[in-house]
Design a binder for this molecule. Structure first.
Ligand code: FMN
Length: 329
């Protein structure tokens, strides 16, 4: 039985599962595998060195799938911001119709995509930001709870309450994001009113994910206690894998007087994080991971993963039905 929600209808996909943008991970091979499996794969624009390279990544993805896929643009706090407008234009000109936006002050980007007839999924971590994004005209919200990999915001609200609040407040479809890696989480998200789920960490650990096999095995061996928050004291919290480098960053942040970004810049460099995925050493740099690592025990293909999730959701919902005893009138 297919799971039909406003998301599957809007995006014309079979399973209401989105693979969220992932720096160094959201590349054509994985994106196409997710879309071919019936979900929505999303290319991470900033993983490409420039807008021209993004055009090539879009063309490559299109050569691997005829199904819908999207492009993520993440607005980062940065002294020298990337050419966001250039990436956006390249993707629109290449015919991409679905965008995932994330980060601060997305107004200009969202207006640009909407004026070009695109569908926008905006990722946020508070109901306040979700409502602002609705005013800007986004079609879908992706609500990232405290559990998520990457940036959970500074308010520490777990998915259970955040999604129930979304159900109370939002009139547009929303996705549950953060901590979802199995059918129970997926079914619970639907129960909380979500039109689907967004997953990051789970997709890192699939056959088609481009990261080193040793990092996938590290995720399989990890528990839900194997992530930490860095950048807390800089008010730009990020959930990353607990390793020598992230523990060192926290130590520096906690020393008397705190830390400035310059004090940790080398430790947290994106290039070091990229090399983790290339050389397979989990202690080489900082890499994003959510507490869903504790739920991940295998490395399936995206097709196997989505089929298992679909079937699992049906079972979980069926079993819940049996819990409800209808009283006789
Ligand atoms: C390795 C990795 C890199 C990520 N990079 C980005 C990114 O560049 N932009 C973004 O919006 N979200 C990024 N995220 C967050 C995901 O898109 C998604 O919101 C998050 O992983 C959901 O939580 P989960 O990992 O518990 O499923 C990243 C997540 C991971 C695991």
């Amino acid at each position: 039985m297919p799971i039909v929600t406003p998301l599957t209808k809007l995006l014309n996909i079979r399973v209401p599962v989105v693979q969220g943008g992932m720096q160094w991970v959201g590349v054509p091979k994985l994106v196409a595998a997710v879309s071919n499996a019936g979900g929505l794969g999303v290319i991470t624009a900033l993983t490409q060195p420039n807008p021209a390279a993004l055009r090539n990544a879009i063309k490559e993805t299109r050569s691997l799938t005829s199904k819908p896929f999207g492009v993520n643009i993440t607005l980062l706090p940065s002294i020298n911001p990337p050419d966001y407008a250039g990436y956006a234009r390249a993707a629109v000109e290449e015919g991409v119709k679905i965008f995932e936006t994330a980060g601060n002050s997305p107004g200009e980007l969202i207006r640009y995509f909407k004026s070009n007839g695109c569908i926008v999924i905006h990722k946020c971590t508070t109901i306040r930001h979700a409502k602002s994004a609705v005013k800007l005209g986004v079609d879908v919200l992706s609500i990232d709870g405290f559990e998520c990999a990457g940036h959970p915001g500074e308010e520490d609200i777990g998915g259970l309450v955040l999604l129930a609040r979304a159900a109370q407040e939002l009139k547009v479809p929303y996705l549950a994001s953060g901590g979802i890696a199995d059918a129970r989480g997926f079914a619970a998200s639907l129960a909380l009113g979500a039109a689907g789920v967004n997953m990051g960490t789970r997709f890192m650990c699939t056959v088609e994910s481009p990261i080193h096999e040793n990092i996938k095995q590290t995720i399989v061996k990890s528990s839900e206690q194997d992530t930490v928050h860095i950048f807390r004291t800089l008010h730009n919290t990020a959930r990353v894998f607990k390793n020598k480098v992230s523990l060192e960053v926290i130590k520096i942040e906690r020393r008397p007087g705190g830390a400035k970004f310059e004090d940790i810049r080398d430790l947290v460099s994106g290039q070091r994080g990229k090399l983790v995925y290339e050389n397979g050493d989990p202690d080489y740099g900082i890499w994003s991971a959510g507490i869903a690592v504790g739920l991940i025990n295998d490395i399936p293909t995206c097709e196997e993963l989505l089929r298992t999730l679909e079937k699992g959701v049906e079972d979980v919902i069926g079993n819940l039905n049996a819990v409800v005893v209808k009283s006789k009138l």
